[in-house]
Design a protein around this ligand. Structure first.
Ligand SMILES: Cc1cc2nc3c(=O)[nH]c(=O)nc-3n(C[C@H](O)[C@H](O)[C@H](O)COP(=O)(O)OP(=O)(O)OC[C@H]3O[C@@H](n4cnc5c(N)ncnc54)[C@H](O)[C@@H]3O)c2cc1C
Length: 343
């Protein structure tokens, strides 16, 4: 069977390719796993295309691997058995914005920055940022998290409902728009994080949030890991009484430990250093915004927050863990974090 011409006959010529460069682009993600190309790359433009491809592939027992942006790190998109790479870059429309419900409905190829550009005019934003400008299909399939997840939760916490095409082409809808619902199985939660193995998402309904009025980043230096971790615990406890603190990263140098934290508050962060932080830290520094209009956490004083590096100079990988496992000895933490800052 000529896979390309068969697929072109059920879709269109431009939507199917076995061009070597395109196959190569779809043979790997951002991880270190050995690449393997698919036999063909298909670009669906709507749900009907996805249904046709899956019915065809199911009939002929051909593997299908959905592809968002290829930014995952664990070999998710590698077509180890060849077959079809289903690339969602043409399904990239924001379908509806319901500002009063704090909900949006998107196609799977929409990226996080694309959505945030669209949401800005409503004073809303989507908070989960996995570090790459990933697609919502990919983020849903990997249950992506990021630096703001301590405050807002992970992708699973943001998804209200999904439209999913199953392997035989059947379409199902999971969940609903209402926040309060306890009926039935939590199918949305099952599909989120299923890494393309249970079905293909063709629509995703997401929670969105009001853009905070003030965002700042601060750096605090501590004499040791224990003090830094205890302060982070105290700050997070304070969060329940006075929501606002966002996330923190402990970084350790030879002489001191630093908490680096964007602070997202609904009021200007003028008095943050007079909170619990002051008790334990040696010095604090509020980092300036690049411009007063700039609300992006990442752009806060980014020149003054170099990326954390390990002892051998490689970029450090952040390692999520419960705070209580770091303290009190802090030994594990001391091995993991080395700060680029002068003490
Ligand atoms: C520098 C860097 C930092 C990162 N930091 C983090 C981090 O802190 N936290 C984190 O969670 N991730 C992180 N990632 C990983 C990455 O950004 C996520 O895995 C991302 O969510 C993948 O999205 P994508 O659009 O690139 O999807 P892809 O990589 O293309 O695909 C990911 C998975 O989703 C499936 N998929 C894609 N579209 C669909 C669809 N429509 N339906 C069903 N399945 C689909 C694919 O088959 C694959 O299994 C980081 C990546 C980079 C490069």
């Amino acid at each position: 069977m000529n896979l390309v011409s068969e697929l072109q006959s059920i879709l269109s010529e431009e939507q199917v390719t076995d061009n070597q460069a395109v196959l190569e682009n779809h043979s790997r993600d951002e991880g270190y796993q050995p690449p393997h190309p698919p036999d063909v790359v298909v670009f669906p433009v709507n749900k009907e295309d996805v249904i046709k491809v899956l019915r065809f592939a199911n009939r002929h027992r051909i593997p299908v691997v959905p592809f968002g942006l290829g930014s995952s790190l664990e070999g998710h998109v590698i077509a180890y058995r060849g077959g079809i790479s289903l690339d969602f870059q043409m399904m990239n429309r924001v379908l509806t914005v319901q500002p009063d419900d704090f909900l949006v409905r998107v196609q799977p190829g929409v990226t996080r920055t694309q959505l945030n550009r669209e949401l800005k005019k409503y004073g809303l934003f989507y908070p989960v940022d996995p570090g790459a400008d990933a697609t919502f299909g990919g983020m849903a399939a990997t249950n992506a998290s990021g630096t703001t997840s301590v405050r807002y939760g992970v992708t699973r916490d943001q998804i209200r409902s999904l439209e999913v095409v199953l392997a035989d082409g059947t379409v199902i809808r999971t969940g609903g728009d209402a926040a309060k619902s306890s009926s039935g199985y939590h199918l949305t939660g099952l599909f989120v994080g299923s890494e393309g193995t249970l079905g293909i998402f063709t629509e995703i309904t997401l929670r969105v949030y009001g853009i905070p009025e003030a965002i700042a980043a601060a750096r605090a230096a501590f004499p040791d890991v224990k003090n830094a971790v205890n302060t982070a615990i105290a700050i997070l406890s304070e969060e329940f009484r006075s929501p606002g603190w966002n996330w923190w990263t402990p970084l350790r140098s030879n002489k001191s430990t630093h908490l680096v934290k964007p602070i997202i508050r609904n009021s200007p962060p003028s008095s943050w250093s007079s909170t619990v932080t002051r008790r334990a830290c040696k010095k604090t520094l509020i980092l300036p915004r690049k411009s007063p209009q700039d609300r992006s956490v990442k752009n806060f004083g980014s020149r003054r927050i170099p990326k954390p590096r390990t002892a051998c100079g490689k970029p450090a990988i952040t390692w999520p863990m419960p705070l209580s496992t770091i303290t009190p000895s802090g030994k594990r933490c001391q091995r993991m974090f080395v700060s680029p800052y002068p003490a």
